[in-house]
Write a protein that binds this ligand. Structure first.
Ligand code: C5P
Length: 292
């Protein structure tokens, strides 16, 4: 039996994000289209001393203890399906932190997936999705991958088949955002435009990239842009540089622009790099197996 496994942990963006209201459990009811992108962390899991869960990383910016979602995922999995086992987890961080890209959730999903293989537990995806929802709202999507319409807290997933790979430019400004704080400050009455999810899906089905771009709306911009107006400037700049549209991902502050030409995205990247440290040209190519 193998003693070590390596798993890719891709980031996600939200192509639309709507908040339908606050729930009695304190969470918000969502309707969001989530899409995996090819910017990814790499998780290595090794069997360790009995009962031990260790986290190490090439980044000093993430917690190396129980606060890390990867640790929480491992503890939950081991408690239920690999009692007494120990693991050493190494996180090679490439996804910006506190960025609205589900970096931590993606690491947790990779740990659940990896432990299932490493300890030969044979859990079905539905069982892993159930564990994932206990770790965090974005973790089930990260486990499923591809593209999906998410409802509930984010755990009710409807996979979407995607036929056109999207060419995207991602900019993460030099500050971080707390998701919990953004949701706490969210006020439905301050929302200027909500996504038309049905309209988005219509464009999606017809591989209509212009329609997809036009339907990209995220209601959480109403909170995060108020606090960090620079996000709005990045959106404007991205559109001036040729993006069909640009949107904040999740609770922010990352902004992605959607391009119809790789060459134009590349030129925009070169310009953005003169102002921002974390700029990535990414694609959804090879991220869509789950929906196919
Ligand atoms: O589920 P997770 O711990 O990743 O969520 C982080 C925070 O974001 C939650 O504590 C909650 O405040 C907020 N949240 C929410 N509604 C959701 C998802 C997250 O209010 N659907």
């Amino acid at each position: 039996m193998q003693s070590r496994i390596e798993i890719a942990a891709p980031a996600k963006i939200n192509l639309t994000l709507d908040v339908k209201g606050k729930r009695t459990d304190g969470y918000h009811e969502l309707e969001t289209i989530m899409q995996q992108i090819d910017l990814q962390d790499r998780i290595t899991i090794e069997k360790g001393p009995l009962g031990y869960i260790g986290i190490d990383s090439n980044s000093s910016l993430i917690p190396h203890n129980q606060e890390n979602l990867a640790h929480r995922a491992a503890a939950l999995f081991i408690d239920k399906y690999a009692i007494g086992a120990g693991v050493k987890i190494f996180i090679e961080k490439n996804i910006p932190i506190g960025a609205g890209l589900a970096g931590g959730s993606s690491n947790a999903a990779a740990v659940l997936w990896g432990l299932n293989l490493l300890f030969d537990c044979g859990l079905a995806k539905t069982e892993l999705l159930d564990l994932a929802a206990q770790v965090g709202s974005d973790v089930p999507f990260c486990l499923l991958g591809g593209c999906a319409l998410a409802r509930g807290r984010g755990e009710i997933l409807q996979p979407l088949v995607s036929r056109v790979p999207l060419c995207l430019l991602l900019v993460k400004p030099d500050f971080q955002v707390s998701t919990a704080e953004v949701y706490r400050q969210f006020d439905l009455t301050s929302v200027e435009r909500s996504p038309d999810t049905a309209g988005f899906l219509e464009s999606w089905q017809h591989c209509d990239i212009i329609g997809i771009a036009e339907h990209m709306v995220n209601v959480l911009e109403s909170v995060t842009i108020k606090k960090f107006p620079e996000i709005a400037l990045i959106k404007v700049k991205m559109k001036k540089l040729g993006a069909l549209n640009a949107l904040m991902s999740g609770s922010g502050p990352s902004v992605f622009g959607i391009f119809d030409e790789k060459k134009r995205a590349f030129e925009a990247m070169e310009t953005m790099k003169t102002s921002y440290r974390e700029v990535f040209m990414v694609s959804t190519h090879r991220c869509n197996e789950a929906g196919d």
